[in-house]
Design a protein around this ligand. Sequence first.
Ligand SMILES: [Mg+2]
Length: 237
Amino acid sequence: MITNQIHLLRPKSGAGGSPIDGVSCLSWRFGVETNNVIGWTTIPEECEGYIGHYMLGSEYRKDSEVVTNEALLYAKSLNLSNHGKNVWVFDVDETTLSNLPYYAEHVFGVEPYNSTLFNEWVSKGNAPALPESLKLYNEILSLGIKVVFLTGRTENQRAVSETNLKSVGYHTWEKLILKGASFSGKTAEEYKSAQRKELVNAGYRIAGNIGDQWSDLLGTYTGDRTFKLPDPMYYIS
Ligand SMILES: [Mg+2]
């Protein structure tokens, strides 16, 4: 008998609900998604099974759908003057495109990020769309809002990124902004803030902004509203 029990839902559970000593993987993921757990390079080793099941199971998709549904409700509520300069900023990796096939082979973030292997995967141009984001993308376009992709992928990945985006259904965009050499050494937050400032200076109104990293959504010129997609696999500052 437990007195003063609040909830006993999935206490410290890992894969298949098996208990894990010490780390509550759900609490850790919650800390990540709320930007309380920051600056990490790998997920807790004990949470590989938990994060793997989360990402490959239905919960990741359901969590994504809550975000994109809210984004769409918000977009539909806007009374935008139709001057052709309203844009929605989409991040690319783990937002428009999913690298889950890669991360499933690399233990869901337990291994430290390996740029050589990850760039090999990117160069194949085989990343599927995150279905919830593709749906949002199409609905945003139908509302007359233009799409800007703003990604930490580098300029030398432009061609493969364009091909990959088109092959999975992202058929048009106003701009695809990739990280140029002048931003090497800058954080994602600095780089993305600077690029969004350029958009605003060019007369665009950033009606919405969606990404899987807080560095997509914090900083300056963040847009009228931001939407955080789930990503418990890696952290980019
Ligand atoms: Mg991303």
